[in-house]
Design a protein around this ligand. Structure first.
Ligand code: G3P
Ligand code: MG
Length: 249
């Protein structure tokens, strides 16, 4: 059974706010979303920050790669101006800030571990270890309230499993690989996360029949959303939080 919300705001506020910022989380919350997906990677000093691209240039000005900069440098960068003048000055948040915001506001988290190349094991381990400590401090342990880790990096999810076996995991794949069951078993994962574009009814049935949760990204068309839900998909994230509400069915 899928104990988490069905509709998840992608990168916090979908297409309505600058992705992976606290402004995005506030936007999702204001629209009634109590579930968010966001991307976490490590800064040079090993502090996890919330950002999608492993390089500067799109959501923050500058050149170079995220692992070249300390968390102090990254969190001083403007991650809002690219999206709209009203978001100018919105910083790159730390994972800790986003985690605290979600806990304080009762928002469920799909924490996508997004390691920069070469940092797969370290990112999975650090994110999981910190999450474990923070959950313990907040006394969060019920199944429905636990965050769900996911990553395109098998190595990162494996490291997360070793560091925090009690925090549930999903394996994320653009196209479901032939060996998906072996991978999910090896990770002791609860769910498969995959691109809705490549999903078929047959594949969805197979994942559900095997007893796993099935999560899709990124579903922006209500018709497609209804179709995949009818195939047994448990949950999906969306950028169109204006079109697909938190109570969508
Ligand atoms: O976690 C689902 C989805 O966010 C994966 O792709 O590139 O949007 O992080 P991306
Ligand atoms: Mg993501």
């Amino acid at each position: 059974m899928w104990p988490y919300p069905k509709i998840v705001a992608h990168r916090g506020g979908g297409s309505l706010a600058p992705e992976n910022t606290l402004a995005a989380m506030r936007c999702g919350l204001a629209r009634g979303f109590h579930a968010v997906e966001f991307d976490v990677m490590l800064a040079r000093d090993g502090v996890p920050i919330v950002m999608h691209d492993p390089h500067l240039g799109r959501t923050v000005a500058g050149i170079g790669n995220v692992p070249d900069y300390t968390s102090q440098e990254l969190t001083a960068m403007d991650a809002g101006a690219w999206f709209g003048a009203q978001f100018t000055g919105e910083p790159v948040p730390t994972y800790r800030q986003v985690f605290d915001f979600c806990v304080a506001n009762g928002m469920w988290m799909n924490v996508e571990i997004k390691p920069a190349a070469g940092f797969e094991e370290e990112t999975g381990r650090v994110v999981a270890e910190l999450t474990r400590q923070w959950l313990q401090a907040e006394r969060i342990s019920s199944a429905a309230k636990m965050p769900l880790f996911s990553s395109f990096s098998f190595e990162a999810v494996m490291a997360a499993k070793q560091a925090a076996p009690d925090v549930p995991r999903g394996f994320l794949a653009d196209v479901i690989p032939d060996d998906w069951q072996a991978r999910l078993r090896a990770l002791d994962a609860v769910a498969l996360h995959t691109n809705q574009k490549h999903l078929s009814a047959t594949a969805a049935s197979a994942v559900k029949a095997a007893g796993y949760g099935l999560f899709c990204y990124t579903v922006n068309d209500p018709h497609r959303a209804r179709e995949i839900l009818s195939w047994g998909v448990d949950a999906f994230c969306t950028d169109r939080i204006d079109l697909i509400g938190a109570d969508f069915s």
